[in-house]
Write a new protein. Structure first.
Length: 226
């Protein structure tokens, strides 16, 4: 994949999906920086950690500056942060609506904006966001989550157009349900064999972060069976 020595920022890299994605990048030879609100003590070889509230502008700006200071640059920023909730629009409290927007859209906006100038100045960069299949194929009963993810899908496309020709690409992944412990616990009556494996997402992220994906920009790539 040509990721040896590349500095890869994985936002939410200590979360459920990050437990698979982060080691995959370390194995590929990348210098991995994990960012999140809560960072486990003691980082494995090949990665460092920076704490940040990714829904807070100042916290994100400070953390990105710290990453650049420690690692020297950011070649790729992968955003795994998100949140899910069920509920029809008429049953959704305003506070929950804002929470879904903050986790699924605002965090992506703040991280993207914080790394873009640095990447454009260097003439190279990869930004990849974890969107959701529901962003393009909505279903009833999860209004706040789906609207937020739909906004993220649009953010990917708009930012990709704005950065065209700069050497910086922006793409998104559209998974169906991901096979994580949390999803198994919350949906015990569903067959997880039909869900997307974290390993499959990790492989796709590795490709989108690589030089081989240089001609992909603004793509929203589905993964998993509908």
């Amino acid at each position: 994949m040509g990721l040896e020595g590349k500095v890869v920022l994985i936002v939410g890299g200590a979360g459920a999906l990050g437990h698979t994605v982060t080691p995959a990048f370390v194995k590929a030879g990348a210098r991995v920086v994990v960012m999140g609100r809560e960072i486990p003590r003691g980082q494995p070889a090949g990665q460092i950690a920076v704490a940040a509230d990714v829904t807070d502008e100042r916290s994100v700006q400070r953390a990105i500056a710290e990453v650049i200071q420690q690692a020297g640059r950011i070649d790729c920023a992968i955003n795994l942060v998100g949140g899910f909730t069920l509920g029809r629009l008429v049953d959704t409290e305003a506070s929950l609506w804002q929470k879904m927007l903050s986790l699924n859209l605002t965090a992506a906006f703040l991280v993207s904006r914080a790394v873009v100038s640095h990447m454009v100045e260097r003439g190279h960069g990869r930004i990849v966001h974890m969107v959701a299949r529901a962003a393009l194929e909505p279903f009833p009963g999860a209004a706040a989550y789906i609207v937020a993810k739909s906004g993220l899908a649009t953010l990917v496309r708009v930012l990709a157009m704005e950065l065209a020709g700069t050497g910086v690409t922006v793409n998104g992944i559209l998974p169906t349900t991901i096979d994580t412990p949390a999803n198994r616990k919350s949906m015990p009556d569903t067959d997880p064999s039909k869900w997307v494996k974290p390993e499959s997402i990790a492989r796709l992220l590795l490709f989108l972060s690589s030089e081989d994906a240089g001609e992909l920009n603004g793509a929203l790539i589905p993964i998993g069976s509908a």
